[in-house]
Design a binder for this molecule. Structure first.
Ligand SMILES: Cc1cc2nc3c(=O)[nH]c(=O)nc-3n(C[C@H](O)[C@H](O)[C@H](O)COP(=O)(O)OP(=O)(O)OC[C@H]3O[C@@H](n4cnc5c(N)ncnc54)[C@H](O)[C@@H]3O)c2cc1C
Ligand code: FES
Ligand code: FES
Length: 481
């Protein structure tokens, strides 16, 4: 892992330009400041609330409007984890923009009429999550509403009143009535936005956790920056990094943000498979036609990762770069035989994902290298591919054990796990011993003995061994169904 960089004398600010509730703003922001801190501490808009500051509660939810593939998308994000520098060129919509006590927005009115608000602390977050949902989907069904709200916690209402309000909104409203005209007026300006963020150097006595936040505009600039600051940290969505900033108070020297790079923002198909750019969010993966068609299990798994507000800017590359043994995507990517395209100023190289991890949170990535894309060969339709995640809740929860299986038509099989060793692992025993007629129960007992999981807050070693067995038995059921 990279060592911390000591901040050099003086501090770098970013001058970013964006739209806030229908008005153009151009501001100097402290390096790495979150959107939540920008809104509340610098712009003194207090409607957006802070509760956990680590992505778990949704009280800080705001909506970002930005161009994507020829249209404007409205997406809810947790502003406590969203670096404000990412706002450049986008439209930030907060609860203050939507309505006022004199003139409530239809969503606020419905929540009020259905008693969907009590202490009110969570309410701005619910309003903004519903706004993004109803702005994006005409008459969303119950499942879509639940998905939109899975990242919002409420201590008081019991949720039913909020769901009743959402159901009425879904019946009576559509994007035309939900999205105010002042949002529509901004949309063409987002397409035409051509300013670049500026780096402003200021000597300052203030003490920032991050001394420099860089936003390269293309791959060449990124490579130059990595050559100049070889010990810089990369940030894609920021949903792992910003937790370290907010909660662990970790200090970073230079952060280089990959999210503006067009080359990293695409999903494409080649003979080698599906290429997912390193800045592509989980939501973009789930919405992609080619992924849905050829990698349906990846879409199903993404749906179980974090919450809607986090999937809207968290990335698969960040899950890999984080190299956590319980990263949810890793076992499935391993059975897909995914490869990584790694890039630096010296050129590109490909690396099989299984060779990428070399120990607990250790990878083969060199200091000036970055993951450019994830390449997933399209498996044959006859292959049986499934993934399972054990966690205490369905949404917004990290796994205790996560696994994936692949069985080919000819009986060759691979089984992978996260959460049972220092890094995601294959079961060699399963690969050697599996046959379609094998005794799955006996196999499961023996696979469980192959690993020595740790005990931690998410589960004891014994619990994890039992989960290994349970996962294999669930795969047996699905395979024979
Ligand atoms: C509330 C909450 C719930 C969560 N739930 C889940 C969950 O259910 N399952 C799960 O697996 N994770 C979960 N996470 C963790 C996190 O959201 C994921 O790991 C996500 O995929 C990280 O992506 P990111 O783009 O935000 O990463 P970032 O925070 O931007 O980066 C993560 C790491 O990857 C490195 N990195 C990023 N991009 C690159 C690149 N292109 N090349 C090389 N290195 C790179 C960064 O330097 C950093 O070390 C959760 C996080 C939160 C806050
Ligand atoms: S404050 Fe809880 S998710 Fe941001
Ligand atoms: S109304 Fe009190 S937390 Fe939701």
């Amino acid at each position: 892992m990279k060592q911390e960089q000591k901040p050099s004398g003086g501090y770098r600010y970013n001058r970013i330009s964006f739209f806030l509730n229908g008005r153009f703003r151009s501001l100097e922001i402290a390096p790495g400041i979150s959107t939540l801190d920008l809104i509340t501490k610098q712009l003194h808009l207090y409607g957006t609330k802070c509760s956990c500051n680590e992505g778990d509660c949704g009280a800080c939810t705001v909506v970002i409007a930005q161009p994507r593939e020829g249209s404007i998308v409205y997406e809810a994000i947790t502003s406590c984890l969203y670096p404000a520098a990412k706002l450049h060129g986008k439209h930030l919509i907060t609860v203050e923009g939507l309505g006022s006590p004199q003139l409530l927005h239809p969503i606020q009115k419905a929540l009020l009429e259905h008693h969907g608000t009590q202490c009110g602390y969570c309410t701005p977050g619910f309003v903004m999550s519903l706004f993004a949902c109803l702005a994006s989907i005409s008459h969303p069904d119950h499942e879509s509403i639940l998905a939109a709200l899975e990242g919002n916690l409420c201590r008081c209402t019991g949720y039913q009143s909020i769901l009743d309000a959402a159901a009425e909104l879904s019946r009576t409203q559509d994007p035309g009535t939900i999205v105010p005209q002042w949002c529509r007026d901004i949309e063409p300006k987002l397409f035409a936005f051509d300013q670049l963020p500026q780096e402003v150097h200021r000597p300052s006595a203030s003490h920032f956790q991050i001394s420099r936040y860089l936003l390269p505009k293309d791959l060449d600039q990124l490579k130059e920056m990595l050559a100049e600051y070889p010990r810089a940290f990369l940030i894609a969505g920021g949903t792992d990094i910003m937790v370290q900033v907010n909660v662990q108070r970790k200090r970073f020297g230079t952060l280089i943000d990959l999210s503006n790079l067009p080359e990293l923002n695409q999903i494409k198909l080649s003979r080698a498979g599906i290429h997912i750019g390193a800045a592509v969010s989980y939501t973009q993966i789930m919405d992609s036609g080619i992924v849905r068609c050829d990698l349906p299990e990846l879409v199903r798994l993404c749906r179980l990762i974090a919450s809607k507000q986090i999937r809207n800017f968290g990335t698969l590359a960040g899950n890999i770069g984080n190299a956590s043994p319980i990263g949810d995507s890793l076992p499935l990517l391993l059975v897909y035989e995914a490869r990584l395209l790694l890039s630096s100023q010296r050129g590109c190289r490909e690396c099989a994902l299984q060779d990428f991890f070399i120990g607990y949170r250790l990878t083969v990535l060199k200091e000036d290298e970055f993951i450019r894309e994830i390449i997933i060969p399209i498996p044959p339709r006859s292959a049986f591919i499934k993934s399972l995640k054990t966690a205490k809740r369905r949404a917004v929860d990290i796994s205790s054990v996560v696994s994936a299986i692949r069985i080919e038509e000819d009986g060759r099989a691979t089984l992978t796990f996260g959460g049972v060793a220092a890094q995601p692992v294959f079961s060699e025993f399963f690969a050697q011993s599996f046959s379609p007629t094998a005794d799955w129960s006996a196999l499961a007992e023996l696979v469980a003995r192959e690993f020595t999981p740790l005990s931690d807050v998410r589960g004891s070693a014994d619990y994890r061994r039992q989960m290994i067995i349970n996962h294999i038995l669930r795969y047996q059921e699905a395979y024979h169904a």
